[in-house]
Design a protein around this ligand. Structure first.
Ligand SMILES: C[S@@+](CC[C@H](N)C(=O)[O-])C[C@H]1O[C@@H](n2cnc3c(N)ncnc32)[C@H](O)[C@@H]1O
Length: 207
């Protein structure tokens, strides 16, 4: 018997359908280290933002935030987290495979992994979502995550390598691209030793 095809929303909604924040309420600590506080009027975009921990953080440091996720159960929790923290975010249900909703000063990606065809579309989406001069920060699992138990997909073709990200974002000015071994403590899904790759890049002012 073959497995029925599962959409990303069908896959993720049941996981988010709990009062618990499965990736925690605190932001990804790499992103907090590399994203500066907003200057007046600056915008930020958090695609695949899940329950909103990173989008809410960006609002707390002054950005006008657009948070998008395909799972409505996650988006409901992102709105609740924003209200609980006393900030506003524009949290919407949407698919990040198409055109981005606008161009932004800052774009962040936290632990988002796709199969190769969708990954290419996601890369195009991220580059198109940056204003000229805009800042992109990404953290995801590397191939070295395969034997580890702190989250992420178990398919090699969905995991990052530095070479893959360097090729993906060669149109940008990459200022940081590094492998890490670090300890995650993010809800009940990301706990323990992890192997990640971190990238920071900027789009040219005259693209
Ligand atoms: C591993 S979770 C990461 C959530 C969040 N970035 C964080 O770090 O807490 C992956 C997220 O991607 C979302 N997602 C998967 N495919 C998507 C798509 N095509 N469009 C928008 N969101 C998607 C899922 O619903 C889920 O919230």
């Amino acid at each position: 018997m073959t497995n029925p095809v599962t959409t990303p929303a069908d896959f993720w909604n049941p996981k988010f359908d709990t009062r618990e924040y499965i990736f925690g309420k605190t932001p990804n600590t790499f992103l907090t280290a590399v994203i500066p506080p907003a200057q007046s009027g600056q915008t930020a975009y958090a695609p695949a933002d899940g329950e909103g921990r990173n989008g809410v953080y960006l609002a707390q440091i002054g950005y006008d935030v657009t948070s998008v996720d395909i799972a409505e159960k996650a988006v409901e929790k992102a709105r609740l987290l924003a209200a609980d923290k006393g900030v506003e975010i524009n949290a919407t249900v949407g698919d990040i495979m198409g055109a981005p909703p606008a161009e932004f000063d800052v774009v962040i990606v936290s632990f988002m992994h796709f199969r190769p065809d969708d990954h290419k579309r996601f890369v195009d989406h991220l580059i198109a979502a940056l204003k000229p001069g805009g800042l992109l920060a990404i953290e995801g699992y590397s191939l070295d995550q395969l034997p580890l138990q702190s989250g992420g997909p178990k398919s090699e073709d969905m995991l990052y390598t530095r070479q893959k990200l360097a090729d993906d974002f060669q149109a940008l000015h990459i200022t940081l691209l590094q492998d890490t071994r670090r300890t995650l403590s993010e809800g009940n899904r990301h706990q323990g030793e992890a192997a990640t790759i971190q990238l920071v890049a900027r789009k040219a002012i005259t693209a």
